[in-house]
Write a protein that binds this ligand. Structure first.
Ligand SMILES: Cc1cc2nc3c(=O)[nH]c(=O)nc-3n(C[C@H](O)[C@H](O)[C@H](O)COP(=O)(O)OP(=O)(O)OC[C@H]3O[C@@H](n4cnc5c(N)ncnc54)[C@H](O)[C@@H]3O)c2cc1C
Length: 417
């Protein structure tokens, strides 16, 4: 049986996990169902210090920092009682998203393609292979030594460990939870990228900003690109109680005119810069992000031999309120690689350590994800109609942004000596 780790999925979780394993001298191969380049969905994403610290330790932060828009906070403005069309309302709340002094890193808004390209370049440099056109279908056998699985073309693969980094609709997860269904929240984020100049925003307007019109909704504006010369604009769209079929989603997503109209319409009551922001939208810069939830899972690894593991969106898709989806995935991959590396180095002395490490990983990561879900809930409470009355104390996010995964893992390993 091969000693390597097989990673299913070349998304951000899969690519970064491979790099983290390499750092621990654990051999791995990434398998991706797509025929060539990794999935590049959704324009730019926001990375917070907890994830940036990890990217730094993986040796890719210095490059990424120069390829994205650095910022420290998100601002929320209530536009319910503005005095005129150019009035941008009152700041009701700010949310820290970074800060070099306090958290070592500013927040970074960076195109997903920039993260992917940076990771791909480093993986190539290190000789880590990505095999495209490999669609995982099912686990055939798991033993104490490893896993055998089947590809869509009927051939099989084997590895010591199989890791499902295959996203929210994970097929690897089916091995652990054959009947699990993701829950569609009924909502989707509709976004577009437009030139910042189009807004004609006042020079003193802080961005990223979310304009909130109580009872009506929110309109998000977030700069991207190194110089912020482009912005993402976005609103949430109610789709309906029931999930769409694959075909219906394809039709919905390809209806670019419909998405552009949605961003442009029903904006009465918002400042004029919102109208200008949405006035001209290039169809090829529109994205649709349907919000699904993965129910809380008892375990992220197969119970008997723990040779099949899931992480990232496959284990815990996180709704967007606190902007932690991708950031939590980076915590998953790095902590797991550190634990596997540490445990393997001591395996001869302590053969049960790998199993124990996986259990610790799950409980540590789950408690962080739970805290993020609670933060999401608190943020959402302020955004629903009537939420204006919720006390506006700034969230203390030190627990989220200052985590040092190396220290967490070292302390756990030391306690096992
Ligand atoms: C439009 C959009 C915008 C988003 N914006 C943000 C944002 O601003 N901030 C944020 O934090 N999150 C955002 N998200 C969520 C974020 O993209 C996910 O949290 C993140 O991509 C999860 O990474 P992942 O690697 O775990 O999964 P994915 O990115 O979904 O990657 C999974 C990979 O596995 C491959 N795969 C799937 N099945 C198989 C199989 N059977 N065999 C082989 N390969 C397979 C897929 O092709 C894919 O490459 C957004 C999502 C969307 C759709």
């Amino acid at each position: 049986m091969s000693q390597e780790v097989a990673i299913i999925g070349a998304g951000l979780s899969g690519l970064s996990f491979a790099l983290a394993l390499h750092q621990q001298s654990i051999p791995c191969t990434i398998y991706e169902s797509r025929p060539d380049a990794p999935l590049n969905i959704g324009g730019a994403v926001m990375l917070s210090p907890n994830a940036l610290r990890i990217l730094d330790r993986l040796g890719v932060y210095d490059v990424m920092r120069t390829r994205g828009y650095n910022f420290t906070k998100l601002e929320y403005r209530n536009v319910a009682s503005t005095s005129g069309p150019e009035d941008t309302g009152v700041v009701t709340e700010t949310q820290e998203f970074g800060g070099a002094e306090k958290y070592q890193y500013d927040g970074l808004r960076i195109y997903r393609t920039q993260i992917i390209d940076t990771l791909l370049a480093v993986l190539a440099e290190k000789g880590i292979s990505i095999r495209y056109g490999h669609k995982f279908t099912k686990v055939i056998e798991e033993t104490a030594e490893g896993v055998t699985w089947e590809w869509a073309d009927g051939t099989t693969g084997t590895a010591a460990v199989l890791v499902g980094a295959d996203g929210i609709h994970s097929t690897v997860r089916k091995y652990l939870y054959p009947d699990l269904k993701t829950t569609f929240t009924g909502m989707a984020g509709i976004t577009a990228a437009v030139p910042t100049a189009q807004l004609e925003a006042p020079a003193d307007l802080h961005m990223p900003v979310t304009f909130i019109l109580p009872g009506k909704g929110a309109f998000v504006i977030a700069p991207q690109g190194i110089d912020g010369s482009e912005i993402l604009i976005g609103k949430q769209r109610r789709i309906g109680e029931n999930d769409l079929t694959r075909e219906e989603w394809a039709t919905f997503i390809s209806d670019k005119e419909g998405q552009a109209k949605f961003l442009q319409s029903d904006n009465e009551g918002f400042p004029d810069l919102v109208h200008r922001a949405a006035a001209k939208i290039s169809h090829d810069r529109i994205n649709v992000w349907p919000f699904y939830i993965v129910p809380k899972l008892d375990t992220w690894s197969s119970p008997k031999h723990q040779r099949v593991v899931i992480l990232g969106d496959a284990a815990h898709a996180i709704p967007p309120s606190a902007g932690q989806g991708i950031n939590q995935a980076f915590e998953d991959i790095y902590t797991l690689a550190l634990l596997l590396g540490g445990a393997q180095r001591r395996e001869k002395k302590d053969p049960a350590l790998v199993q124990e490490a996986l259990k610790f990983w799950q409980s540590h990561r789950q408690s962080r994800v739970d805290q993020v879900l609670e933060l999401n809930k608190q943020i959402d409470l302020r955004r629903v109609p009537g939420g204006e009355d919720v006390e506006r104390k700034e969230f203390d996010l030190a627990w989220l942004y200052t985590l040092d995964p190396d220290q967490v893992v070292q302390e756990w390993l030391d306690a096992r000596r």
